[in-house]
Write a protein that binds this ligand. Sequence first.
Ligand code: WT7
Length: 647
Amino acid sequence: MSDIDSILKESRVFPPPPAFAANAHVGSLDAYRAMYQRSLGDPEAFWAEQAETLQWFRKWDRVLEWKAPFARWFDGGTLNVSVNCLDRHVVTWRRNKAALIWEGEPGDVRTLTYRQLLDEVCRCANALKAMGVGKGDRVGIYLPMVPEAAVAMLACARIGATHSVVFGGFSAEALRDRMNDATAKAVITADGGYRRGSVVPLKANVDAALEGVPSVTGVLVVRRTGSAVAMRDGRDHWWHETVDAASPDCPAEPVEAEHPLFILYTSGTTGKPKGVVHTTAGYLLGSALTTRYVFDLKDDDTYWCTADIGWVTGHSYVVYGPLANGATALMYEGAPNHPQPDRFWSLIERHRVTIFYTAPTAIRAFVRWGDEWPAKHDLASLRLLGTVGEPINPEAWMWYRRVIGGDRCPIVDTWWQTETGAIMITPLPGATPTKPGSGTLPFFGVSPEVVDQKGHPAPPGAGGYLVINKPWPSMLRTVWGDPDRYVEQYWKRFPGIYFPGDGARRDEDGYFWIMGRVDDVINVAGHRLGTMEVESALVSHALVAEAAVVGRPDDLKGQALVAFVTVQAGEKPDEALRAQLKEHVVHEIGAIARPDDIRFTDALPKTRSGKIMRRLLRDIAAGKQTVGDTTTLEDYSVLARLREDEE
Ligand code: WT7
């Protein structure tokens, strides 16, 4: 069997703008290469030097203990994440600098300075202590995107409790499973949250979930919407009563470098979600260092990552990375199209955002909604754009650069995972020439490779399996309560080497091109095609907004290519367009990738974090009933509509 065939052709290159490079933390490719070589030449010396940028109660004895696949970083050291994010800034001029600028969906705005944020974190920490929560306990956080979400995370860190944030869009069942798996002692939630103008009943979900969670003895409730909720005596406490009344002094608990900072559940393609465990020092170092270099972060930036704190991106790039750097971060509660499809552009204009980090799924939606929405706003404050979550189609990248970035802002396409804790493959915006659709080069200390089925290095240009062949500080340490699954899931396919599950190729310049999950690879007449390349060819057609390509069993070819396509707003798909699109793909990448079938649809099934669920489309393409887990699906009605279209 062959490896994965790569067929995408993309030759545009965008060097960093000279003025950007001149002021950047890393201002040339040579400077990047020198630092990268140093980081891999003597990783322990490099990481020890970087760890000096953190504040420690006690310095480490050993940088790394590696008993593959189990790592311990900075053993012997003690520190506290909240001290690194807050206390060390309030003793400097940053005490009155905005740490968080928050905007609610209804339009309310709150700003918390570093001093105010520290006081609030201490009060919350004291309230948690009064509820019997202490070092080593697990705390569930099920909140909307309100400042209290960041406060709650940092308050847990302050007392050495391990948080597990559950995305506010998840159901009561999903919350129950996660709280039971983590044997949480307390849950922090809100009476509700705003989403597209309506109220999500978070507290009611918590009440339903906790019927089956004996370990939880306390619930802390933020009043956000004012909706009526049931409060259970002895278990439930209002934030505005207990936290507001608590003392703003709470000494930070020194914890060991390897103390678990958080558990974040991530759903695999099958089976129950995995509790990815991240620890204190390595994770903090990874998120802080990448935030500084990848976003070229400066003290006068207003930085906005649009991710919800329910995802790892919200952990690393809304809360921990920016605050560890003393940055000003914008946080927004609601939907991008409320009340109108220009909400993000309005936020950027009004808050003078300089760095903007979002997901390809959002960018494709913006393209579909039309250029008139960003055109209504002055986006001149922006100097850098970022993307994460999926491979970005080159055409979506070009649109992002032109329409949002005004052909002026570099784009950092950042590859990483919940498991990696921090960005792994990425341009440095002042150093790395970018190519649309490529994550480009590895970050410091990261040693990725593309290998074939046997684990041998794949030649340049050839598709294969992405692996990481050295441990890094922010790597996951285990799957909560299930070390066997940790070994099985990530370290078995290529023994002793981390396998993230993605296909990739490396070009002649050493740039990485992620081709999607290997589970999604399609085998057409012996050619193994990554989904992303065919999808990109489709999306490069002017009338196509989004595409998902899957394989359907085929007697002749093994698998036939089925493309699900949504068209630009206002367009009516017809037979002529179907024929045109097939020819377009042949023209862009060749006959091997000609879709056998194109199905037009008004929406694609996605996870709540915006990833296309190709597994469900495979079932539909094959005319099968869906058997797998659909609880992470964002909109169930999409499946029903796709099925009806078949009839
Ligand atoms: C998977 C990880 C990391 C935060 C958000 C997602 C895909 C992520 C990129 C990118 C191509 C990407 C990969 C990866 N992915 N970023 N820039 N280019 N693919 O975290 O839910 O753990 O998903 O998302 O397939 O393995 P996650």
